[in-house]
Design a protein around this ligand. Structure first.
Ligand code: ZN
Length: 138
């Protein structure tokens, strides 16, 4: 069995953003040489997510509005977590949007469903953060 891993780095200039990282993940898969197996992709920070959905700007706007209704950033004093930081909402948003995705690798490609793409969801940006890609197989 072959194994490959790589950390992808991001520094989002805004507090929140959704970034399509499918090209970077596909590059990892190509570099791994693995044709059949499983690919794990996870955020390595507790205020960021990795998830799969459609690359459609209206949907991303809808996510942002929905997440702000569920866990508004302001007022920051509403959260017990906020002491030295002001990112309690980012922890909650990350929980809803998820930590990781697993994608089957078939014939050297990510075996996506229709319109599926991999996204990095940032909820407390303006700092360097990592995403892990781990691939195992043959
Ligand atoms: Zn925190």
């Amino acid at each position: 069995m072959k194994s490959f891993h790589k950390e992808l780095w991001f520094e989002v200039p805004t507090r929140r953003a959704f970034i399509n990282i499918t090209p970077q993940v596909e590059k990892c898969l190509a570099d791994s040489g693995i044709k059949e197996g499983l690919l794990l992709c996870n955020a390595m920070h507790i205020t960021a997510s990795v998830f799969i959905n459609d690359d459609e700007s209206g949907l991303h706007h809808d996510y942002d509005v929905w997440l702000e209704k569920l866990a508004p950033h302001e007022p920051v004093a509403q959260y017990r977590h906020n002491g030295y930081e002001d990112n309690a909402d980012a922890h909650l948003k990350r929980q809803v949007m998820g930590r990781e995705v697993v994608v089957a690798v078939t014939e050297g490609k990510l075996h996506f469903g229709t319109w599926e793409q991999i996204f990095y969801g940032e909820f407390d940006g303006r700092r360097r953060k990592r995403v892990l890609v781990k691939i195992i197989g043959e």
